[in-house]
Write a new protein. Structure first.
Length: 225
């Protein structure tokens, strides 16, 4: 489902005399359907950069990123948007939504974009919000008014609303209490059981042991300065 080959990324700071900051080089790994792989390594080693490269938020300097056969490197915006609509989900640490959009619509949106009827999409959203213990009296409010932990749970509900074949998870259990943490781990296991391929960052070692099949130490891909 994921095939990364000879991937490289260097940041070029145009406003600082074109200074270059090498991040990762010669990144090579695969992730199969139904497998969860954890990216590990010290802060600043390039874990989040790798997720953003795979999702197409960052442009790669060189190499190949295949997601279910689609090469993200060099893909046009329409191809990237279609990949995100039907194949590749991404749960980040930060909720980014339009102001004043109700929480239930925020969670249902990925399903609607994939062609699901609005009523069915919102029914799925209700199920996930209840599962993640978001009080019903908040569902018609914007999640931007919520606490950090509540926003994280809305983000997770949104990321798991549609059954993506591939998922990127950036600290999905951060800011969660024990009960919600376990719920999210169960959701990840369920996604694996249906064949979803997952690449994630899990600083929570116990969570990593619970859901991940193997680890990839990103420091092995450190680029020479």
């Amino acid at each position: 489902m994921f095939e990364i080959r000879n991937l490289e990324k260097t940041f070029r700071l145009h406003n600082q005399n074109q200074a270059e900051i090498p991040v990762v080089s010669n990144v090579n790994f695969n992730v199969q359907a139904g497998e969860c792989v954890a990216l590990t390594g010290a802060s600043g080693s390039g874990k989040s950069t790798l997720l953003r490269l795979i999702y197409g938020n960052y442009l790669a300097g060189d190499g190949t990123i295949l997601v279910d056969g689609t090469n993200v490197v060099g893909a046009d915006p329409r191809t990237i948007l279609e990949l995100r609509r039907t194949t590749l989900g991404y749960v980040t640490q930060f909720l980014r939504v339009l102001p004043r959009v109700p929480t239930i619509r925020v969670v249902a949106e990925p399903l609607v974009q994939a062609g699901c009827e609005v009523d069915a999409a919102e029914e799925r959203a209700r199920y996930l919000l209840e599962k993640l213990r978001i009080p019903e009296n908040l569902w018609e409010l914007s999640p931007l008014t919520f606490s950090g932990g509540e926003q994280q749970r809305v983000n997770i509900a949104r990321g798991f609303a549609y059954d993506y074949p591939a998922l990127l998870l950036d600290e999905p259990t951060a800011s969660l209490d024990p009960a919600n943490r376990q719920t999210v781990l169960d959701m990840i296991i369920d996604a694996k059981d249906r064949g979803c391929a997952i690449i994630g960052i899990f600083h929570d070692e116990a969570a990593r042991r619970t859901v991940c099949d193997r680890e990839i130490d990103v420091t092995h891909f450190a680029a020479a300065a």
